[in-house]
Design a protein around this ligand. Structure first.
Ligand code: LLP
Length: 421
């Protein structure tokens, strides 16, 4: 069941009216459903019942502390890609032993913080990074647990900008160099090899590329073991796609993904790690926005809304589709109109959709942009000095503002004019 539904003609998140949140908190605002986050996490977990797995939620998808704390209580670990995300995961109460650290550009200070915390493992993406990590670990008198993220040269991912598993991408150790990288790692006093990691992309709506990558890595694991390395963990990364709207192609269900992975890895005797992000958070959140003006153009009608590309950049950056609905259910007799839905930012790219059919709208109407719980608020900025969009978490009949909207004064306070001007 969906937790964003019309109840008595008004869209609700669980039992809270989104009209109430829009009026009490103001728009634009992100709203997340605790029940949906919980359900998505449990569906993913249940797909691996009976197997030794760590679900390291990919913090980058939605890093709000309230979201991390909820998922942590449900048993999630965390996949982090910066010292900042590490601090968030720890602050939210996720144990260090369930945290994996990914990313191509980890800096020594970030490595030190992660070693001090005692994280589960580093997913190392290059030989220079391996040497840097070894230096930091040796200087601290510890050994860093590592997997190499290997690049299996598999095509996957919903958009060129979010595909990561091709040889031409910046991610992971080149397939042909992987065995040498393990051989080098085995000689280093500050490194402890524990596994292999792969992540091929995001919004993947087909099991075939996952299967191809897993089979390739399974072969690698056998060769590495034959060479004397102890491979206890296989991290398959994230990437499972979600449906963006009722008419969008439906990606495989987590249960189908789970069955395929379980079959493909049964013979390996490894602990599996997963790094799902979008699958957990994407359809657990919406962005609310108010129509500021309805503008008649030369040959089209524009809905100028108060959310913009700085709040939700996915349509501008990846041509992403987000289903949009009015917060008040339209009456059957309401005329349908083609609109371009645009924000107030001074760029043509500040467009959420073009020429889409909606019920006729008026100034002051509130719209709901769906599937905005992942890569929405986390990618927001303050372009045009538009304050960072706030976030709300709903829980049954309750809601809480879990990130405030900063005031313009607060934004300006972080800047200063040097006294030479
Ligand atoms: N693990 C690693 C190493 C990753 O780089 C990512 C996502 C994930 C896990 C989580 O992938 P997911 O399960 O969420 O697909 N901003 C883009 C998506 C970028 C994904 C980056 N990496 C978007 O809005 O579509």
């Amino acid at each position: 069941m969906r937790h964003f539904e019309y109840i008595d003609g008004v869209m609700h998140a669980e039992n809270v009216s989104l009209a109430r949140i829009a009026s009490e908190v103001g728009t634009p605002v992100y709203v997340y459903s605790r029940a949906t986050l919980t359900r998505h996490f449990n569906v993913f977990k249940d797909a691996f019942k009976g197997r030794d797995v760590l679900i390291a939620y990919s913090v980058k998808a939605n890093s709000n502390l309230a979201v991390l704390s909820l998922l942590g209580k449900l048993g999630a670990g965390a996949d982090v890609v910066s010292g900042g995300e590490l601090a968030r995961a720890l602050t939210a109460g996720i144990p260090a032993s369930k945290i994996v650290f990914s990313g191509v550009g980890k800096k020594p200070a970030e490595m030190r913080a992660a070693l001090t915390a005692g994280i589960r493992m580093f997913n190392v993406e290059s030989e220079p990074e391996l040497e840097a990590l070894n230096d930091v670990a040796v200087s601290m008198g510890v050994r860093a647990p590592i997997s190499f993220r290997v690049n299996p040269d598999v095509t996957a991912g919903g958009h060129e900008k979010i595909s990561t598993g091709k040889a031409e991408n910046k991610f992971g150790v080149a397939w042909s160099a992987a065995e040498d990288a393990y051989a080098r790692a085995a000689t280093l006093p500050g490194i402890n090899i524990v596994g292999v990691d792969v992540h091929i992309g995001s919004q993947i709506d087909d099991l075939a590329p996952f299967k191809m990558a897993i089979d390739k890595v399974a072969g690698l694991i056998k060769r590495l073991r034959a060479a004397g390395h102890s491979i206890k963990i296989f991290d398959i990364g994230g990437g499972l796609g979600i449906p963006y709207g009722a008419n969008a192609p439906a990606p495989p269900l987590p249960s189908e993904y789970g069955q395929m992975v379980k079959n493909a890895t049964a013979h390996l005797g490894v602990q599996m790690v997963f790094e799902p992000g979008r699958m957990i958070a994407g359809n657990a959140g919406v962005l609310l926005s108010t129509v500021t003006y309805v503008k008649r153009g030369e040959n089209r009608d524009f809905l100028i809304v108060d959310a913009a590309m700085n709040d939700l950049i996915r349509p501008a950056l990846y041509d992403a589709y987000h289903e949009i609905e009015p917060i008040v259910a339209p009456k059957p007799e309401t005329a349908q109109v083609l609109y371009d839905v645009v924000g107030p930012v001074c760029e043509s790219g500040d467009t959420f959709t073009k020429q889409r059919e909606f019920p006729q709208m008026n100034t002051g109407d509130v719209i709901v942009m769906h599937s905005a719980g992942a890569y929405g608020a986390v990618q927001a900025g303050q372009y045009n000095t538009r304050p960072l969009v706030p976030e709300v978490l709903v829980n049954g009949d309750l809601y809480a503002v879990v990130r405030d909207r900063p005031t313009v004064e607060e934004i300006l306070k972080t800047e200063s004019i040097p006294d030479w001007d």
